[in-house]
Design a protein around this ligand. Structure first.
Ligand code: PMP
Length: 402
């Protein structure tokens, strides 16, 4: 019997991510990639991090920076995050916060915390591919989350019960979601809370792009709205996941979870078992850089990414043929295109790479049920405006011929 034959059943649903495979092909000269949803490396606060790491390695700090540390996270960073959460409308204490290795680790832990095999997870169709990848290991059943639609909570419960399942959580990214760029209205967030209350399930709120709003009024996080309802975080069902990946650096792998203390305590046990703690020196450096000028840095990102979003929306308007529709994100990194039914995003990508030297992500991978063949995700975060325009011109040409 080969080793593969004795892999645990949870591995059966763990597939290679289309995006990761794709990213390997994108170094070709002249290729304009709208595929990776990554920050622009030219906008990293590299000088600030250089200084921060040097400070961490001085005799005064090295013993702490290079040593094992608490699973909950570096206390000054937790303190900084607490203040930031309060600023965005989420009153909490330091003990409501756990530092994770990116918010991706938080999604894995939350799958582990909440899902027994066969339990139901409600996710958007489409939703963040990495969330599906994290949850898949815990062998859930999925159902389609649509807080602004007219499906009743009872219908979710009934559909789950018919398969011997129970709804455990709803996962969503309410601000500038990956992959659609869409934002859930305040009424939608309230409806989601009503539903979670009625179903007795958790809400996993993914705030990965929350800080990157380029237009319009910010809407309180779902957790903020729930705290208002219940008078404090300890009775809340919402679990918030935050990240420094889109604002400071994804490579340092620093994210966080905010939730009621019993949730945090259980997650701390998972962290102890998985990796003891996130790298101490990275947490210290992130704290130093955030403390010195997070707001000013994020303001610069918003100017740069906002201009690129504008460039992409203008170019789509200029070059897309009839029959193509797209989202108008108020922040984040993505625009989502819906093509006529007969055009397959995967086939189109092959032609796009060969004929026009552009790349994007076919939308199907973002659907738990494998739908969405005629959709694709474009990221506007990395390329300068003139290249965005040129890329959309090439895409328009390709779609005309398709
Ligand atoms: N959530 C969403 C919606 C994302 O797009 C990403 C990164 N692509 C993550 C979570 C994970 O980010 P990280 O682990 O770097 O915080």
């Amino acid at each position: 019997m080969s080793l593969q034959q004795i892999f645990a059943t949870r591995t059966h649903r763990m597939k290679a991510s289309e995006i990761r495979e794709l990213l390997k092909l994108l170094d070709r000269p002249g290729l304009l990639s709208f595929a990776g949803g990554i920050p622009d490396p030219d906008l990293f606060p590299a000088a600030e991090f250089s200084q921060a790491f040097q400070t961490c390695l001085t005799p005064a700090h090295q013993a702490k920076a290079l040593q094992y540390s608490a699973s909950e996270g570096y206390p000054p960073l937790r303190q900084w995050i607490k203040a930031e959460m309060v600023r965005i409308g989420v009153p909490c204490e330091v003990d409501n916060i756990l530092i994770t290795s990116g918010s991706q680790q938080a999604l894995d832990y939350l799958g582990k915390l909440l899902l027994s095999p066969g339990d139901t997870a409600l996710v958007g169709w489409p939703t963040y591919l990495g969330a599906l990848a994290a949850f898949n290991a815990y062998e859930p059943r999925y159902d389609q989350l649509n807080p602004t639609g007219n499906r009743s909570p009872a219908s979710y419960r009934q559909a789950a019960q018919e398969e011997g399942s129970a709804v455990k959580f709803a996962y969503l990214s309410p601000d500038f979601a990956n992959p659609t760029g869409e934002t859930l209205s305040k009424a939608g967030r309230e409806a989601l809370l009503d539903m979670s209350e009625e179903l007795g399930c958790a809400v996993i709120e993914d705030g990965a792009y929350q800080a990157l709003r380029y237009e319009g009024e910010s809407i309180p996080p779902v957790l903020a709205l729930e705290i208002k309802r219940r008078g404090g975080i300890e009775d809340c069902r919402t679990i918030y996941c935050g990240s420094f990946s889109k604002t400071l650096s994804p490579g340092l792998r620093v994210g966080w979870v905010v939730a009621a203390k019993p949730v945090i305590s259980q997650l701390v046990l998972m962290k102890q078992a998985a990796d003891l703690h996130s790298p101490t020196i990275n947490q210290m450096a992130v704290h130093q850089v955030a403390e010195a000028g997070f707001e000013a840095h994020v303001a610069g990102l918003k100017r740069a990414y906002g201009a690129r979003r504008d460039a992409m929306l203008a170019a789509l308007q200029e070059f897309m043929p009839e029959g193509i529709s797209w989202t108008r994100p108020e922040g984040g990194m993505f625009v989502w295109l819906t093509l006529p039914k007969h055009i397959d995003g995967g086939q189109l990508l092959k032609r796009a790479l060969e004929e026009e030297s552009i790349a994007f992500v076919p939308g199907q991978a973002f659907f738990a049920d494998g739908a969405g063949c005629n959709t694709l995700r474009l990221s506007f975060s990395v390329l300068p405006q003139d290249q965005i325009r040129s890329g959309m011109q090439r895409l328009g040409r390709l779609l005309h011929s398709a």
